[in-house]
Design a protein around this ligand. Structure first.
Ligand code: GCU
Length: 692
């Protein structure tokens, strides 16, 4: 039985699904035609909304809204008319929406399409019942839209329960066991479905001893999570340890070419599928930051991934194999080893060797989820491999949900990037499987993100970070959406007052705070794409030389003459050659290289002149002063919202508390960066501002 939707949101914030968002549908007469679990979910949602707002379901004759499967045999007249006018079934997850003769009709290709269509109507609100309009087809650009949870079952000594989690404990696991609040898991699935996402992996990619057992003797726990998420169309995946045959199976080896190892995976995977028939597959971090992998046996990553693919393929499962493989025991004195090169050097030569059931999951940048990186060249180097793009919704390097940092503009830039130049395909095309970037088994690898959700009352710690989770689902569904329009959708849903909508002042303030918040963050932290400069370990706050002499391969090489990493072919690590034309030459030249990536690619003097006309050192001062000033401004804008009572006081207080910390932290960044570079360069601020 499906839990009534209204009961799902009792103890925590409703996020983008408050009751008010259902008033347009709930106050009308609807007819629903479809069967299956997801159709039942939709029926239940509409019934709940009607119970609240006075509408009714089950009325064919005088229905104002018809939701039906395209293939349904006995459609009401309005829907029959629409079916006759559209050429083709919109596909499993797709739907056609029209308004004709005062009736809103939605025809879905499958039960999942009904679900996504329903939430589309929720987003439209009253607008779904406005003027007549011709049929419009909606279907996801990416078939795979997944959130990875870096959740541990047990609390880990160093990382806490959720690795890089900033919103409390896990919603799936507590006290070393399955959560006692399954309704919360259901509610999460509901929020994800309403954003467009359709899959989660339920445990950390660093798979520790307890979590490894989710695959075997603790499989029932995973099945319980899957049961909660299934009514909202969310598939479940598991992160597995490559050494599982040793850890769990008592075998002497995990060699992917060893028949006993292959057999263990085949049997284990068969059992998983018997218990969870719609199980999605595995996520694997192998030979990365100390995790086990095929290298120990002299095998390639294709051999490792293909072994798991062979175990999963009979059931339609896939393995997301992460490309985050690099040497984390580097010597900073060795300038020829470049972490940025690593994923390409490891994986590009394997193009064409991966089985259809393998998806290579590639972080969007070559280093590690920095606020600014060039797009990973791996995404343009493997035309015969299914590639997924991985981003972080969790704000590990973007303020840890203490800072406002709306990430849709960053993701939009990545997805819209054209590695082969202006007339070539985009990164979104590659991930969707419609550009180069193979789709041998149908469909690309899609978009994957590390989730920012925890058991916090606001889900994401910082209430405004909910917008990032929402935007992730929306961009995975349609990567061409405008970040500012997505923000409006989120504002409309989250802060609606029913038919009255959202007060203008609130909308304007949220845009003022959020639209440019990623750039603002970029401007008070590490300059010009060089990255890091964060405290080692927790990655929060400034520590300019924190990583400079460590083994991790994330250096800025600042000295008295200049700053930046020479990644050119001419004199540096040669990383620029990993890009196709024209980017290889654009990045190779310090004069053509975009300012925001200049010192990612080049070591330049502080007096180097940017395209803006400013010197590098003056740019550092200017951006750090201005961005910190900006944080103070948004803090006072948020205060004004409170003074006129436009948002709930607990939400207001939470954001206000976080803005105080953001302002403190931005000042710390400004002062540390400016002082450091004043001392290194010996060049004072042209405007004579105070630098310590
Ligand atoms: C980052 C992060 C780690 C994480 C890793 C990964 O390095 O700090 O906590 O395990 O990424 O993506 O695997």
């Amino acid at each position: 039985p499906v839990t009534p939707a209204g009961e799902l949101m009792a103890d925590y914030h409703a996020a983008w699904l408050p009751w008010e968002a259902f008033s347009a549908i709930g106050s009308r007469r609807s007819a629903i035609h479809g069967e299956g679990l997801l159709a039942d979910t939709v029926r239940r949602e509409v019934e709940d909304a009607c119970a609240r707002f006075g509408g009714a379901t089950g009325a064919d004759e005088d229905a104002e809204l018809v939701l039906a499967l395209y293939s349904w045999s006995a459609l009401p007249a309005a829907a029959e008319k629409l079916r006759n006018s559209v050429a083709e079934d919109p596909g499993d997850e797709g739907f056609v929406l029209a308004r004709q003769d005062g009736v809103t009709v939605l025809l879905a290709g499958g039960p999942a399409g009904l679900l996504y269509g329903f939430f589309h109507l929720v987003r439209l609100g009253e607008a779904a019942f406005g003027a007549d309009h011709p049929p419009r087809t909606h279907r996801p650009v990416m078939r795979r839209r997944m959130l990875d949870h870096w959740d541990n079952v047990a609390v880990h000594d160093v990382m806490g329960q959720v690795e890089r989690g900033y919103a409390g404990g896990s919603i799936f696991w507590s006290d070393g066991a399955l959560t006692k609040d399954p309704a919360r898991v259901r509610a999460y699935g509901r929020l994800l479905a309403a954003s467009g996402a359709n899959a989660v992996s339920v445990n950390n990619v660093n798979v520790h001893a307890v979590e490894a057992r989710l695959l075997t003797d603790r499989l029932d726990d995973v099945a319980s999570v899957a049961d909660e998420l299934r009514p909202y169309g969310i598939g479940v995946y598991l992160s597995v340890n490559f050494a599982s045959p040793i850890m769990l199976g008592g075998l002497p080896s995990a060699d992917p070419l060893d028949p006993a190892v292959q057999d263990w995976w085949a049997r284990t995977t068969a059992r998983v599928h018997r218990r969870i028939p719609d199980f999605g597959g595995y996520v694997v971090k192998a030979d990365s930051e100390g995790q086990a992998g095929p290298f120990a046996y002299g095998r390639s990553h294709a051999e490792g991934a293909n072994m798991l693919a062979a175990a999963l393929a009979p059931y339609g499962g896939v393995v997301y194999w992460r490309a985050f493989v690099y040497n984390h025991r580097q010597d900073w004195r060795d300038r020829s080893t470049d972490r940025a090169r690593a994923a390409y050097d490891h994986f590009a030569p394997l193009d064409g060797q991966f089985a259809d059931a393998v998806i290579l999951q590639v972080k969007y940048g070559p280093i590690d989820f920095q606020p600014r990186e060039p797009v990973s060249p791996v995404l343009a180097a493997m035309p015969n491999t299914r590639l997924a793009v991985e981003v972080q919704v969790t704000q590990e390097y973007t303020g840890q949900q203490r800072h406002v940092c709306y990430l849709a503009p960053l993701w939009r830039e990545v997805l819209g990037f054209r590695p082969w130049g202006a007339s070539g395909a985009t990164v979104a095309d590659v991930a969707a499987g419609t550009g180069p970037g193979g789709s041998p088994g149908g469909g690309g690898g899609g978009l994957v993100a590390v989730s920012n959700v925890g058991d916090d009352r606001f889900w994401t710690g910082h209430p405004l970070a909910q917008a990032n989770l929402y935007a992730f689902g929306r961009l995975a569904w349609d990567p061409s959406l405008d970040p500012s329009a997505i923000l409006d959708e989120w504002i409309d849903l989250t802060f609606t007052r029913g038919a009255d909508g959202v007060p203008d002042q609130l909308r304007h303030t949220l845009h003022a705070i959020m639209d440019d918040s990623w750039r603002t963050y970029e401007h008070y932290t590490a300059p010009l794409g060089v990255g890091f400069m964060v405290n080692p370990g927790d990655h929060y706050g400034p520590s300019i030389d924190g990583y400079e002499y460590t083994q991790w391969g994330t250096y800025h090489f600042a000295d008295r003459n200049g700053i930046g990493v020479d990644r050119t072919q001419a004199t540096g690590t040669g990383f620029t050659a990993q890009y196709p034309h024209p980017w290889s030459s654009t990045y190779e030249s310090p004069h053509d290289c975009p300012d925001e990536l200049l010192i990612f690619f080049h070591h330049v003097p502080y007096t180097h002149i940017l395209h803006t006309g400013a010197t590098v050192i003056q740019h550092i001062y200017d951006t750090h002063f201005a961005a910190t000033q900006r944080v103070h401004e948004i803090r006072s804008q948020w205060q004004k919202i409170h003074n006129v009572g436009l948002v709930d006081s607990d939400l207001h207080a939470r954001v206000a508390e976080r803005l105080n910390e953001q302002a403190r932290s931005a000042e710390e960044w400004r002062d540390q960066i400016n002082s450091y570079f004043l001392r290194k360069s010996g060049i004072s601020d042209a405007l004579g501002r105070r630098i310590y």
